[in-house]
Design a protein around this ligand. Structure first.
Ligand code: UD1
Ligand code: CA
Length: 483
């Protein structure tokens, strides 16, 4: 949109959060509050954006490095009007309108912002407010309307009289101003209110007194206007954002068995006909293909999951899972696990930084780290790559079609050639050439009938089991000086 600037107020200290971290960096649906606001305004293409920051400016700037933002520093927190004033020089050079938003209101939708700006321009207003009618307006500024039905003033909760407190239309903290009118009115704002602050909201009353045209876009319900001042409000915002993500996926053809029991971060993509079972988490930069069964009880972060995959009760992070592969129940894929098509990883298998070519099976109780495993290899139960010698990590290579028997230790660096077989229980310390058998275990001793004889012997000597006890009693008696 041309001749439109964006100013986000984010210098508030967020005292009510009782947090060491700046409020606007608290996460909702995996994204900082401020990022939600920035992403919503990015729909107003071409608008130059400024952010007013306070004490934690450096931390916030570092988090948003790389975004083309103008920062303004509000040294003393003297109110939202004072915050806008810190951007005065920048604003004075901006033509047209500025949309002002709060960094702690992450739920405003891009479409609503566009509608707000359009309304503002159509009505040629000096200011246009985003307001909401809510059942419980407490804490918010109330919209006082004049006899013409237009906004005439905003009264903060703390400054409101009983009649004003009863008003159920609230100020969302999102407004569009004609820049020139905003700056003129801002200079006249005085801190004569309950908090002793320079309120941005006072600009509305001043513009109304000047006879300027004021408008409002009123939405029903708090959803888009919720401001996060407390942890409880953060949880409320989180719930709404997660529900929106679930709705987005369902609209794209994903089945979600219970939308209140899946947790999908903003921006995660899932293909059609995938089913998400309860207690499934899809987080960060994650993409899941079509026709998958994910969950129940699965946690997938920063990963790529191909089509037709089944993940059951497993943890997957920083990994890639190939076409029609199966993971779990109770598997853990850590950073850099790459599973090819139709790989099976089963119960209590942990995989780190390893490439498993198509068709590999690791069904039970294994650890595979820093390994390259060829196609169709069978990894028996209890196989361990001993990849760490206490100082550094070493690689294990297993050629296609090899068979690694149960309870094998592969002491890295080590290579098992194509089609080789490693017998169960072996500790492999030397490379195994392709096509050969490696067996490292002591020969079995066999004594025919021994067990049977022993059992008979034990059964045939009554009181034998008490013998030991008798001896112990004797010893005790000796110590006590009896006998
Ligand atoms: C503010 C509005 C209120 C509205 C509500 C919506 C004012 C006076 N009141 O109240 O009408 O209903 O938001 O959520 O604006 N800020 C600064 N510097 C400051 C003070 C505040 O940058 O010195 C920023 C905050 O970071 C926040 C915004 O301004 O993003 C609003 O401040 P906050 O203290 O949260 O005001 P509320 O009491 O929520
Ligand atoms: Ca607030």
């Amino acid at each position: 949109m041309s001749n439109l600037s964006v100013l986000i107020l984010a210098a508030g200290e967020g005292t009510r959060m009782k947090s060491a971290a700046p409020k606007v960096l608290h996460l909702a649906a995996g994204k900082p509050l401020l990022a939600h606001v920035l992403d919503a305004v990015s729909a107003l293409k071409g608008a130059a954006s400024g952010v007013v920051l306070g004490r934690s400016a450096d931390e916030v700037k570092a988090r948003f490095a790389g975004r083309p933002l103008n920062y303004f520093f509000q040294k003393e927190r003297r109110g939202s009007g004072h915050a806008v004033r810190t951007a005065r020089t920048w604003l004075a050079r901006r033509k047209g309108d500025v949309i002002v938003l709060c960094g702690d209101a992450p739920l405003v939708k891009p479409g609503t912002l566009k509608t707000l700006v359009s309304l503002h321009r159509r009505e040629r207003n000096a200011a246009t407010l985003l307001t909401a009618r809510v059942p419980d307006p407490s804490g918010y500024g109330r919209i006082v309307r004049g006899s013409d039905g237009r906004p005439a003033a905003i009264v903060e909760h703390k400054d409101a009289d009983p009649a004003q407190l009863a008003l159920d239309e609230i100020n969302s903290g999102t407004y569009v101003f004609r820049v020139s009118d905003l700056l003129k009115a801002l200079d006249r704002v005085r801190p004569n209110n309950a908090k002793g602050e320079y309120y941005l909201t006072d600009v509305i009353g001043l513009l109304a007194l000047d006879g300027k045209s004021l408008g409002a876009l009123r939405v029903e319900g708090l959803e888009e206007c919720l401001g996060v001042n407390t942890r409880a409000e953060l949880a409320a915002a989180e719930k709404i954002l997660r529900r929106r993500e679930a709705d987005r996926l369902m609209a794209d053809g994903v089945t979600i068995v219970d939308p209140d029991a899946v947790y999908v971060d903003a921006g995660v993509r899932v293909g059609p006909d995938t089913v998400l079972w309860p207690q499934t988490y899809l987080l960060g930069d994650t993409r899941v293909g079509a026709g998958c069964q994910i969950g129940p009880f699965s946690w997938i972060k920063d990963s790529r999951v191909s089509d037709g995959v089944r993940v059951t009760a497993s943890f997957v992070e920083g990994s890639a899972v190939g076409f029609e592969a199966g993971v779990g129940p109770f598997a853990r894929l850590r950073s850099g696990a790459r599973l090819g098509a139709r790989v099976r990883v089963g119960n209590f298998v942990e995989i780190k930084k390893s490439v498993l070519a198509p068709g590999v099976k690791a069904g039970h109780l294994a650890y595979l780290g820093d390994a390259r495993i060829g196609a169709d290899v069978n990894i028996g139960a209890g196989v361990i790559t001993c990849n760490y010698d206490g100082v550094s990590k070493h690689p294990t290579t297993i050629g296609a079609g090899a068979f690694i028997g149960s309870n094998v230790n592969l002491v890295a660096p080590v290579a098992v050639g194509r089609g080789a077989v490693v017998g169960a229980g072996s500790t492999v310390t030397e490379d195994v050439p392709a096509g050969s058998l490696a067996l490292e275990r002591s020969r079995q001793i066999l004594k025919p009938g021994w067990a049977l004889k022993k059992r008979r012997r034990d059964a045939g000597t009554p009181g034998r089991r008490d013998e030991g006890k008798d001896r112990k009693d004797n010893r005790k008696d000796k110590r006590k000086g009896k006998n």
